[in-house]
Write a protein that binds this ligand. Structure first.
Ligand code: ADP
Length: 266
């Protein structure tokens, strides 16, 4: 059994692979000592580490482990998952929507980091907590799904009331810009959370398509655990990417790209 581990800021992603097949597991980074104990209690053909907390794991292991740069590991694993899932694209932007968001251009040979932005899963959890007092990830994301952004976010159509707007009316003109026009309505936690997911998704998409244009590709691939239990985030990002004229790709198990790729960089 070979094991690949991507120990990130929030989550530890674990991939195990043998002739029999592949498994994917996730653990909170706050439980890193349990992952170390599990690694020390078992025998593996190889242990490959990546991510910001890879060093913490390596220095507490009884055996040797290899550490890889997470951007290269993610790129390698993502290339494998794309092929396995029938997406035969050669050049693409990939946006890794983790605690924060990292943007990369894959040129057919290798990845180049082309940007990053602080809107990501960490913002959904942190700002989400400030607006709802919910710390539990599943409860937070469940509630966001039923929210309505209409009284919170200002759309282009809200500004162009009687005339045809020069850009699609459904586009967001100002995230949270409709709040002061609706002080007579109640802003429910669900609505506020849906708007947080909205701004995170729209900022990420705006960044991703900007670097896609710069690098002359129309393909934008989205990965990261921030899509877990959050179909609304996926919908915001996919719809907005299409609206702006680019091709979005959402990859199953994309959050495990780094852990999987680390195994194969060895
Ligand atoms: P990182 O490598 O930075 O840890 P990930 O790709 O694992 O990044 O994404 C982390 C994000 O995933 C969190 O900020 C959160 O929004 C989301 N997430 C998904 N599942 C969970 C969970 N069970 N507990 C906490 N956060 C989760």
């Amino acid at each position: 059994m070979k094991v690949g581990i991507d120990a990130g800021g929030t989550l530890i992603k674990i991939v195990q692979e043998s002739q029999q097949g592949r498994s994917y597991e996730t653990e909170l980074t706050t439980n890193i000592s349990e992952v170390i104990a599990w690694l020390n209690a078992n025998t593996f053909e190889s242990i490959s580490l990546t991510g910001g907390n890879a060093g913490v794991i390596a220095e507490n292991l009884n055996t040797e482990a290899k550490i890889f740069v997470e951007f290269d590991a993610s790129s390698k694993g993502l290339g494998m998952l794309l092929k396995e899932q029938g997406h035969h694209i050669n050049e693409y932007i990939f946006a890794n929507v983790g605690t924060g968001t990292s943007l990369h251009f894959f040129d057919g040979q290798q990845q180049h980091r082309v940007g990053g932005v602080g809107t990501g899963g960490g913002m959904i959890q942190g700002l989400g907590y400030l607006l709802s007092q919910i710390t539990d990830y599943e409860a937070l994301t469940n509630l966001a799904q039923s929210g309505d952004r209409d009284t919170i976010d200002l759309k282009v159509k809200h500004i162009y009331k009687d005339t045809e707007p020069p850009i699609p009316g459904e586009l967001t003109a100002a995230n949270f810009g409709n709040v002061l026009h609706n002080l007579d309505v109640e802003f429910s936690p669900a609505n506020k959370l849906a708007s947080v997911v909205g701004i995170v998704g729209e900022v990420i998409t705006t960044m991703a398509i900007t670097v896609a244009r710069e690098n002359k590709t129309e393909n934008v691939v989205y990965i990261g655990s921030s899509f877990n239990n959050n179909p609304l985030l996926r919908e915001v990002i996919e719809d907005y990417t299409v609206l702006r004229g680019f091709k979005p790709f959402y990859i199953e198990n994309g959050a495990f790209s780094g852990a999987l790729g680390a195994i194969y960089l060895s």
